[in-house]
Design a protein around this ligand. Structure first.
Ligand SMILES: NC(=O)c1ccc[n+]([C@@H]2O[C@H](COP(=O)([O-])OP(=O)(O)OC[C@H]3O[C@@H](n4cnc5c(N)ncnc54)[C@H](OP(=O)(O)O)[C@@H]3O)[C@@H](O)[C@H]2O)c1
Length: 318
């Protein structure tokens, strides 16, 4: 492994979910740096985020029989990989054998692959061929990291629902991490966007480029019938029958709430970085937390009311 003057510490600070449960199960520990194997890069993390995926894994927040399945995948009694965190932004500090795509000192951001997690630590090791891209020059790591989870998920599911310029799109649940990115991305992709969120988030969602806004908590709320080419349920709470009724004949719907799992790619990261650099895609961050306050970030996610992302700023320290 090549590293910067072999100056890496042996141990690092990490936040571990030591058992399944609420935010209080998160504990800080000193652990060895992750192994930077062949084809991998080691990133000194500047920013991460606590996302719905982290909260779901930490609290096994799914109904049976998925819960049993999840235990089998993640660990029967406790998480096999207790350092959560699916997103990161930071600086490459070491290269595994044969890793040539990045150089030491590159600032990168991305998603840790599959169920590997690992972003809630001072260092994360990721394959160079995973969903990783260079940060635009001078970009703020917190801004970039806030795009990853929602942005990649929105890109994946919009494509699945047949996104194309000129289409009329309905984005249901437009204020969360996925929804706030989906509204912007559908807009960038040239679609006419109707966004649904609670009335308190009208201003934010409209500022993201929604052409029309519907408040799901307004008296007599209904979706227009047979009005959309594409319906994306970005929060997994729109009954399938209502989604179907809102579609024009031949329209397509997708939901984040089903069994389909989005797959993030390096191409997604490059697209998000380009749109960010061009000023087309804005970070939506409810709050930035110091790494030490990660439990508060988990609590915000568990509230179910999070607007955009809950970003963790790692600060200095090993
Ligand atoms: N299948 C996949 O691959 C995949 C990938 C990523 C995420 N997901 C899932 O997608 C869901 C959303 O993720 P996220 O990160 O965007 O979550 P999030 O940021 O925690 O979502 C919170 C937002 O949802 C809104 N909301 C809550 N109940 C609502 C309702 N009944 N109708 C409309 N909006 C509602 C809230 O707004 P109000 O306060 O206004 O209600 C809040 O702004 C999660 O369940 C996550 O697990 C799935």
């Amino acid at each position: 492994m090549k590293s910067k003057a072999d100056a890496l510490p042996r141990l690092m600070q990490a936040a571990l979910a030591t058992r399944y449960g609420g935010p209080e199960v998160i504990e800080f520990k000193e652990v060895p740096l992750p192994a930077c194997g062949p084809g991998m890069v080691l990133v000194k993390v500047e920013a991460s985020a606590v996302n719905a995926g982290d909260a779901r894994a930490r609290g096994l927040q799914v109904a049976q029989p998925m819960r049993t399945l999840m235990r089998l995948v993640l660990g029967v009694r406790r998480l096999r990989k207790p350092i959560l965190g699916t997103v990161y932004a930071g600086t490459v500090v070491a290269l595994g054998e044969g890793a040539t795509a990045f150089r030491i000192g590159d600032r990168v951001f991305g998603a840790t692959p599959g169920m590997s997690f690992g972003g809630h630590a001072r260092y994360a090791a990721v394959p160079q061929d995973s969903a990783i891209a260079r940060m635009p020059q001078g970009a703020d790591a917190g801004d970039l990291v806030s795009l990853v989870f929602g942005g990649a998920t929105a890109l994946f599911f919009l494509e699945k629902a047949g996104a194309a310029p000129g289409k009329k799109a309905l984005i249901y649940g437009a204020s969360g991490a996925v929804g706030s990115m989906a509204v912007q991305i559908a807009n960038i992709q040239g679609m006419t966007v109707t966004a649904v969120a609670s009335g308190k988030n009208r201003e934010l969602v409209t500022s993201l480029g929604a052409d029309n806004f519907l408040a799901y908590d307004a008296p007599g709320f209904t979706l227009p019938a047979a009005a959309f080419d594409l319906v994306l349920d970005a929060v997994g709470k729109l009954p399938g029958k209502l989604a179907q009724a809102a579609l024009k004949p031949g329209g397509q719907s997708a939901t984040v709430g089903g069994t389909t799992v989005s797959k993030e790619t390096a191409a997604h990261m490059q697209t998000l970085a380009e749109w960010f650099k061009a000023g087309k895609l804005k970070p939506v961050i409810q709050q930035r937390f110091a790494f030490e306050d990660i439990i508060k970030a988990h609590e915000l996610v568990d509230s179910g009311r999070k607007v955009g992302s809950a970003v963790l700023m790692m600060g200095s320290g090993e």
